[in-house]
Write a protein that binds this ligand. Structure first.
Ligand SMILES: [Zn+2]
Length: 111
């Protein structure tokens, strides 16, 4: 009947049974106080959440860095390729080459 998907379940430190701390301040099995168990569980969840956010930030940052490196690689390859094949590719390649060189300068300046 709970509309929350994260009911606070704690392990009673007196009888080692798992009980719902949202509904009980004392263990329904042994009557022991759940206060310590609740504080421990809430702290554990907070730390877990912070860890996840930190991990997610790191993973996203690594993804961005990898994409940036790939783009610079591609730009270098394309600019080098267009310089070598410029005679064949004509005006379109030259226009694209200029455009890419500008981008490459910007990309390298960022570093
Ligand atoms: Zn208990």
């Amino acid at each position: 009947m709970s509309d929350r998907d994260d009911d606070l379940k704690v392990c009673c430190e007196y009888c080692d049974s798992f009980v719902n701390a949202d509904e009980n301040e004392n263990c329904p099995n042994c009557g022991g106080s759940l206060r310590e168990a609740i504080i421990r569980e809430e702290t554990r969840r907070r730390i877990e959440k912070i860890d996840d956010e930190e991990k997610q930030r790191r993973i996203l940052q690594e993804e961005r860095d990898a994409r940036d490196r790939d783009e610079i690689f591609d730009l270098i390859k394309t600019v080098a390729g267009s310089a070598a094949g410029g005679a064949i590719a004509g005006g379109l390649a030259r226009a694209a080459g200029e455009f890419l060189k500008d981008d490459l300068k910007k990309a390298l300046k960022k570093k």
